[in-house]
Design a protein. Structure first.
Length: 412
């Protein structure tokens, strides 16, 4: 630990002593600092003047106030709190053929209709969610995308978009901006064009994505780069290359995920980073605040640390597939129900009562060997994804059946 800066060691000591920031005072104080004096504090770097990070609402918005109220309700143990964010895969259609596709083996059943997605948006807002993140497939292939975004904004929520960047034409960017899309995240798998195109299966995609980023920046839109780090990427120092790339393109935030074995890579547990490899990438998250001109760096493995936020799944975020299945996150291939069959609130309450999720936070579950052994490895080869949790966990199915019987007796 000798090479770890003093401020970083002190913060880790604080987290270790107090535990993860799940208690009311810590979360409420942090939310107040961000919206009140955060931009003026030397150790806090904002992605832009009104937004600490592109993963939280603008601090002066109605969405942020709702986020803040949700934190208070959560801390006080009230029933009126819900997850902060949802990723909505509005389409399974995609114009890329990624070797690491996380949507692999998902059903080809028809996507939710415009009316169904608008209903889902309303239900998400009613649960207290404030960041509604649109993904796919490639979401810009969906013809009613503008309608969905406007419905999000009308609910005092923030609409963000994850795209491969191939369709960021001026026409589409004007549509996104006019509808109220707050931030566009462009996914890049490599700082090198040839390698990125090979991973995505589309020649010229890297150039198209970079040109799309430039257009969006020129139009005054908020743009983030989203990428992942595998063992080889860490070894080659790609995280530093992405920072330089973001500077050159005028991108204000770089989001880095770990390479998670899911989708096409679901059986490849050997891809999970070691603690030492994560520590190497963590340095850039914790030191980039000193570069006032460069991008803010959000390394998700740092945020998911047990002494910071822990796993986001269920407690902070959920995922909804193109055809309505609800999973703990977009990397998790287990579902707890479908919004076509029952209200989202009922599904989420079932999720948070599950023994795996009804406990203190931990690091990313999809990178935890024990969780993978207990749940992921039991998914049959070739099974359609996401897979029903009750087929993996019979004990939870019995618990649900007892709960349903108790409800029936109470109403009899």
């Amino acid at each position: 630990m000798a090479d770890v800066p003093l401020t970083r060691r002190l913060r880790r000591k604080l987290y270790f002593t107090l535990g993860p920031p799940t208690f009311p005072l810590f979360m409420v104080a942090g939310g107040w600092i961000l919206k009140s004096i955060g931009p003026h504090m030397p150790f806090i770097k904002f992605a832009r003047p009104d937004r600490f990070t592109y993963h939280l609402p603008p601090v002066k918005s109605r969405a942020y106030q709702r986020f803040y109220e949700n934190i208070i309700n959560r801390g006080l143990g009230r029933d009126s709190w819900g997850p902060h964010a949802v990723t909505m895969a509005v389409t399974q259609q995609c114009n890329a053929r990624c070797v690491h596709c996380s949507a692999y083996r998902r059903s080809s059943a028809r996507s939710l209709t415009t009316e169904e997605w608008c209903s889902v948006v309303d239900q998400c807002a009613a649960l207290g969610m404030t960041d509604l993140i649109i993904t796919g497939g490639e979401p810009l292939l969906r013809p009613d995308l503008e309608t969905i975004i406007r419905r999000i904004v009308d609910n005092d929520c923030v609409a963000d978009l994850f795209t491969n960047g191939s369709l960021l034409t001026r026409e589409n960017l004007r549509m996104l901006k006019g509808a109220g899309c707050d931030t566009i995240f462009v996914s890049l798998d490599s700082p090198y064009a040839e390698e990125h195109d090979a991973l995505r299966g589309v020649p010229g995609l890297h150039q198209a994505a970079v040109e799309g980023i430039r257009r969006a920046v020129e139009m005054g839109m908020a743009v983030g780069i989203s990428t992942y780090m595998g063992k080889e990427q860490v070894r080659r120092g790609y995280h530093y290359k992405y920072v330089e790339m973001a500077k050159q393109l005028g991108v204000r935030e770089l989001t880095i995920f770990d390479l998670v074995p899911t989708g096409k890579l679901i059986k490849n547990d050997e891809l999970i980073l070691t603690d030492a490899e994560r520590e190497e990438v963590r340095k850039i998250h914790e030191s980039q605040w000193k570069d006032r001109k460069g991008p803010r760096v959000c390394y998700m493995a740092h945020v998911n640390d047990p002494h910071i936020m822990g796993c986001f799944g269920v407690k902070w975020q959920i995922h909804i597939t193109h055809n309505g299945f609800v999973t703990p996150c977009d990397f998790n291939p287990l579902h707890f129900g479908n919004v076509r069959e029952e209200p989202l609130a009922d599904i989420w309450r079932r999720m948070k009562l599950h023994p795996e999720y009804d406990r203190k936070t931990m690091t990313c579950r999809m990178q935890d060997p024990e969780f993978r052994r207990k749940y992921i490895h039991k998914i049959p080869d070739g099974a359609e994804l996401p897979y029903p949790i009750e087929l993996i966990d019979p004990a939870f199915r019995e618990l649900e059946e007892r709960r349903e019987r108790s409800k029936g007796l109470a109403t009899a």
